[in-house]
Design a protein around this ligand. Structure first.
Ligand SMILES: [Zn+2]
Length: 260
């Protein structure tokens, strides 16, 4: 029987936090029960990196996109370049894209403009999207209502909003990305969301090197730490760890359209 393995739908292994031991660490993933990783672009340079990493490792896929904090470097040419990259066989999504009003730089207007353009690019290329949205619930939903092709699917990464808002995205067929926050003492709201959402619409994510789950909170995160997130979801839903790993793995493959 094939062992069910963890699928990390959102990581940043090209971050400098992994400069010393990246290859060693990635080589150890299979033995640690991690079967697949998606390296997510968040800027122009990290998008290039995500493409490179997905070419290097058979179990690593990539997503291409520019995070709201970095969009001031974008031009219409960058959008065309992203569209070209989505044609690569191992590029599985456009992201991470969205709005982050925690910082007001770049301005909300600038963030919105490039969020819309990247959503339209994903629609044109028929790609799923990875959405980053912080302190921007209303504007994110409004823009997505107008510019997202819901039928292509996608994930609200690091979902941090209410159960009511979760229901809206779930109804659209979107997935919710669940990571270390579900183990945090102040993660109560997310626990409620996990309780409410069908397991068939949850995916595991680390956001490595950030958001390390308890008991290792504060240290560098990597995909092996997802076992703590699996434990938390299993406990919340009253099901086995194996079921959490198996179903979230299937969900991730369905969402990113990875066969096999
Ligand atoms: Zn991220």
């Amino acid at each position: 029987m094939v062992k069910v393995m963890i699928f990390d739908t959102h990581a940043h292994y090209m971050d400098e936090a992994f400069a010393q031991d990246r290859d060693e660490l990635l080589a150890s993933m299979k033995d640690a029960g991690v079967g697949t990783i998606v390296e997510v672009g968040a800027s122009i340079s990290s998008t290039k990196d995500a493409v490179a990493l997905s070419r290097q490792y058979d179990f690593v896929y990539g997503a291409v996109g520019v995070h709201p904090e970095d969009v001031e470097h974008m031009t219409p040419e960058t959008v065309e370049w992203l569209k070209e990259l989505t044609k690569e066989p191992k590029i599985v999504a456009v992201g991470e894209i969205g709005l982050d009003y925690y910082y007001e730089d770049p301005t909300r207007q600038v963030q919105k403009e490039w969020f819309i353009r990247q959503l339209e690019a994903a629609k044109e290329m028929k790609m799923p999207v990875i959405i980053h949205s912080r302190d921007a619930a209303q504007d994110t939903l409004e823009i997505m209502e107008e510019h997202c092709d819901w039928s292509q699917g996608g994930v609200i990464h690091c979902f941090s909003y209410s159960v009511e808002l979760a229901r809206i995205y779930l109804k659209k067929g979107f997935y919710l990305g669940i990571g270390g926050v579900v183990t945090f003492k102040n993660g109560r709201k997310l626990v409620e969301v996990v309780k409410e959402a069908p397991l068939e619409q949850l995916v595991l994510e680390t956001d490595s090197p950030y958001l390390t789950p308890v008991p290792n909170r504060g240290k560098r995160n990597d995909s092996r730490q997802l076992t703590h997130v699996v434990d938390a979801i299993a406990q919340i839903k009253g099901i086995s760890r194996e079921e959490v790993i198996r179903v979230t793995e299937q969900n991730a493959r369905r969402m990113y359209r990875i066969r096999g």
